[in-house]
Design a protein around this ligand. Structure first.
Ligand code: ASP
Length: 613
């Protein structure tokens, strides 16, 4: 028997018991002939006391950090208790010990506040994983996994595995491919998601499916993306949008309850995509705080008009008059912002990532007067009108951006988030869920002058938009007027779940009729042959009694990160890749030898690097 107890369980009620512990040496502290060792395992830390009688033995067998040690002794009450440790009331008076393994000095300290940088920790991830905070993250991940599984199981969902070696049908992201030795010149792809399989399972009658499953996307890794990531992937038959929303509202609330002990009582708000874009400039708004965007364009125009016999010339600040759009947010109780703070904010919106030319402010002073950076263009009255339109009251600060529609909307959304952050309104311990609904089914690709699926090609239009799709030709005769094409107005029967401004889940009601699916492929620019080559299996299956169905997938890593109060999904993955998609511990990807290449009938077009970057 290596141990009778773990390093996390002994307390005052165990005093006088003789126990054996095994674990890793966290610290060694020597006081003359007495030595204290903190012994650590997955469950906690227990202090070991080596008395004078063991001093000689310790000197002969020096013990260092991260040694694996077994120690037997009596539990005794500490004179100097440590309230920060669950075992802090006791220590073990060691009577015998056994060094089970030695360790070289670890490259960084195994502590919450480690001295190891990111790269070093990733290279020695197995040591990093010994750190308490990383362990806590993996525990949380497991708790989310367990809660999701329990909920889904109790609602009749069945976990069915789907293959990893599949056919390459890139649409959206790039596929990772795997050469087939047995079929020279041919390749499998790793699934971007089990999408078509889960739909086929619906055709087969498994009306409630789920899987906690790896997905693979060969994308350029923007911050905090991983080439392989995990989804909680679900599909249901005989459902409409509301059935899915209700089922998964239940799941997320169950997860909150089990993982955070938090009773998320409120009904999850449902917002159309259009409202999200107008009010927050963003399809995944952070609704923990208000500061909605107002569109001021309609009050800036050049028309002169007579009001009560007086000529009012609205022409004022050229930037506003000429801009495609003028958007404002109102920051409550921020009229006290200093000139310096406002200058700094102006620099902030001018950064290339935000890309604005400048920032206009109106301070609504507590005494009711207004102060603005465009004072000289507008009368006080006019400023009042603008401030009022932006919903400002006394003591508020209005921030205004103007320019091209899309960029300005994005910039205003970023500014809103930044202000939320600065004002402490994006509290990590507060959770706000939201459903975003009614996305456009298609987006227009200028590059290819065709439609692309906003979600994926299997998403159905809203029921009353199906006919528009069937009856109209998807071809876009005039690219400049694509917005007036009937397809531009088709809404998808799709939904995203947003948590604190992050998309944590997304799905849709699916197309289950062959003619509609064919029309979709056509709209996406696929010829009949190409559609058959790529998705013939699905089109075929739709001819054998496919039931109405729909589903959703949650980004499991991201969900865990948010629940854990972290920005980074990497912290919640045991063995993550870095920003260049490399596993620095394994040093992968790496070259393979010529014998392997030959077996795969592959000749390289590039000089294989001799050592990896
Ligand atoms: N398969 C989709 C995705 O990965 C989710 C879904 O529609 O269920 O985004």
């Amino acid at each position: 028997m290596y141990r009778s107890h773990t390093c996390g369980e002994l307390g005052i009620t165990d005093v006088n018991k003789t126990v054996t512990l095994a674990g890793w040496v966290q610290t060694v502290r020597k006081f003359g002939s007495i030595t204290f060792i903190d012994l650590r395992d997955r469950y906690g830390i227990t202090q070991l006391l080596f008395g004078e009688n063991l001093n000689a033995l310790l000197n002969e067998n020096p013990i260092g950090r991260e040694f694996v040690l077994q120690a037997t002794g009596k539990v005794s009450e500490r004179s100097n208790k440590n309230p920060n440790l669950t075992t802090g009331d006791i220590e073990i008076k060691v009577s015998s010990f056994n060094i089970l393994n030695t360790s070289i000095t670890p490259p960084f300290t195994i502590q919450d506040d480690t001295d190891g940088g990111d790269d070093l920790r990733m290279k020695y991830r197995y040591l990093d994983l010994r750190r308490n905070m990383v362990k806590k993250n993996l525990e949380l991940r497991y708790a989310v996994n367990r809660a999701a599984r329990n909920y889904l199981h109790s609602h009749g969902f069945m976990d069915i595995e789907t293959p990893f070696l599949i056919k390459s049908t890139p649409e959206g992201a790039r596929d990772f491919v795997v050469p087939s030795r047995m079929n020279p010149g041919q390749f499998y792809a790793l699934p971007q998601s089990p999408q078509t399989f889960k739909q086929l399972l619906m055709v087969s009658g498994y009306d409630r499916y789920y899987q906690v499953v790896k997905c693979f996307r060969d994308e350029d890794l923007r911050a905090d993306r991983q080439p392989e990531f995990t989804q909680i992937d679900c599909e249901m038959s005989f459902v409409e949008q509301d059935d899915i929303l209700n089922m998964f509202e239940g799941m997320i609330k169950h997860i909150f309850k089990e993982v955070k002990g938090f009773d998320y009582r409120a009904t999850i708000e449902r917002m159309t995509w259009e409202d999200a874009m107008w009010q927050y400039g963003n399809d995944k708004p952070d609704t923990r705080f208000g500061m909605k965007i107002t569109n001021l364009k309609s009050i800036f125009n050049r028309e002169s008009k007579f009001v009560k016999g007086e000529l009012i010339n609205n022409a004022g600040f050229g930037v506003f008059d000429n801009a495609e759009t003028v958007l404002a947010i109102t920051i409550p109780n921020a009229a006290g912002y200093t000139r310096k703070q406002l200058d700094e904010l102006t620099e902030w919106v001018k950064r290339p990532q935000i890309g604005m030319q400048g920032l206009v402010y109106i301070r609504h002073n507590p005494d009711g007067t207004l102060k603005s950076s465009v004072d000289k263009f507008y009368s006080e009255e006019r400023l009042q009108t603008i401030a009022q339109a932006a919903g400002a009251a006394k003591n508020d600060l209005v921030l205004i951006l103007a320019g091209k529609e899309e960029r300005t909307r994005k910039a205003t959304s970023e500014l809103r988030l930044e202000m939320g952050e600065r004002l402490g309104l994006r509290n990590k311990d507060e959770f706000k869920l939201l459903w975003v609904l009614d996305f456009p089914l298609f987006e227009y690709s200028e590059e290819d002058n065709r439609w692309v699926a906003r979600h994926h090609p299997f998403t159905a239009p809203k029921p009353d938009h199906i006919d528009i799709m069937i009856q109209n030709d998807p071809a876009i005769p005039d690219p400049a007027a694509y917005l007036s094409h009937p397809y531009a107005g088709i809404k998808a029967n799709a939904y995203d779940m947003v948590l604190n401004g992050n998309e944590v889940g997304g799905g849709s009601i699916r197309i289950f009729r062959r003619d509609l699916q064919e029309k979709m492929f056509k709209a996406l620019g696929m010829s009949t042959e190409e559609a058959m080559h790529k998705f013939g299996f699905l089109l075929g299956a739709f001819e054998f009694g496919a039931p109405p169905h729909g589903g959703i997938a949650y980004g499991f890593d991201r969900l865990c990160a948010i629940l854990g109060g972290s920005e980074s999904i990497r912290d919640f993955i045991a063995f993550p890749k870095n920003n260049s998609g490399r596993d620095v511990m394994l040093d992968a990807p790496s070259t393979i030898d010529n014998v392997q290449l030959k077996e795969l009938s592959i000749r390289l077009d590039v000089q294989a690097p001799t050592s990896n970057p």
